[in-house]
Design a protein around this ligand. Structure first.
Ligand code: URA
Length: 252
């Protein structure tokens, strides 16, 4: 077996691959392999020193299928009742929705959703990517489906587009990128609706709630349905996650 320094680029020893994926301490990973609990491409491999490509390797660890990702970027359909904070208080953290290997890897949410907000949340352990996705110059449009207490008028939408004043910075009006009334199916064009679709480029604290309050209304439900080109589809149920392979979808 070649020494570690001579491994081909992008290759690693199996115990190290498991360790980096979050399957436990080095010794635990070695134990899993020695006990025949790890399959690679469908075959049991019981040699911790066996060398494999470290990325997109098809594993099964104690019966759990796992495709390795050297850097993790995932999409989570956040349910209500979970906090995005790394040190959650009154509510459980979104990390609790992830399998143990991802919890051990310390994925961070890309921006935050409030405890009562549902929908699309990205999480990653890739520091430079996190920075890119959250840096103001890289801000991509984020679409929110807002259930308001009172009907939303065309004038409210125009005001949201023009910009409203938020109390933390009264000098700069905060404008929506897009604001539209969403009518129930089959409703006449002029019908009343409490469903607002708001697209924002920034991510200020409680921004949607505060913008809606600034036009004299109140948010009753809030759901993020899209980030950049990435749309939350129905096949990802609330509380479920999946890998996001194509970062271009969420970068400008
Ligand atoms: N704006 C809010 O007010 N809350 C969220 O969770 C996201 C955007």
């Amino acid at each position: 077996m070649p020494p570690r320094s001579r491994l081909p680029a992008g290759h690693e020893h199996l115990d190290q691959i498991l360790f980096a994926q979050g399957f436990g301490a080095r010794r635990e990973c070695e134990g899993l392999i020695l006990h025949g609990l790890v399959k690679v491409n469908g075959e049991v491999v019981d040699d911790p020193d066996a060398v494999f490509p470290e990325d997109r390797l098809s594993l099964e660890v104690e019966g759990m299928p796992w495709v390795t990702h050297v850097k993790a970027l995932i999409v989570l359909n956040k349910p209500a009742g979970y906090e995005c904070s790394l040190k959650p208080g009154a509510w459980p953290g979104v990390h609790n929705l992830l399998p143990l290997p991802l919890r051990r890897r310390g994925l961070q949410p890309v921006g935050r959703l409030d405890q009562d907000t549902t929908g699309l949340l990205l999480m990653t352990d890739d520091g430079p990517l996190l920075h890119k996705l959250t840096a103001p110059k890289h801000h991509v449009p984020k679409v929110y489906e807002v259930g308001c207490k009172h009907p939303i008028s065309e004038k409210d939408c125009a005001n949201l587009l023009r910009g409203v004043i938020l109390d933390d910075d009264p000098t700069v009006p905060v404008a929506a990128h897009a604001a539209e009334r969403v009518l129930p199916e089959g409703a006449a064009p002029g019908a009343e609706t409490t469903h607002l679709r708001l697209t924002l480029l920034q991510g200020k604290y409680h921004q949607v709630k505060r913008m809606v309050a600034a036009v004299g209304n109140r948010v009753e439900t809030l759901h993020r349905s899209q980030i950049g080109q990435l749309v939350l589809t129905e096949d990802l149920a609330p509380g479920q996650w999946r890998w996001l392979e194509d970062t271009k979808q969420v970068l400008p």
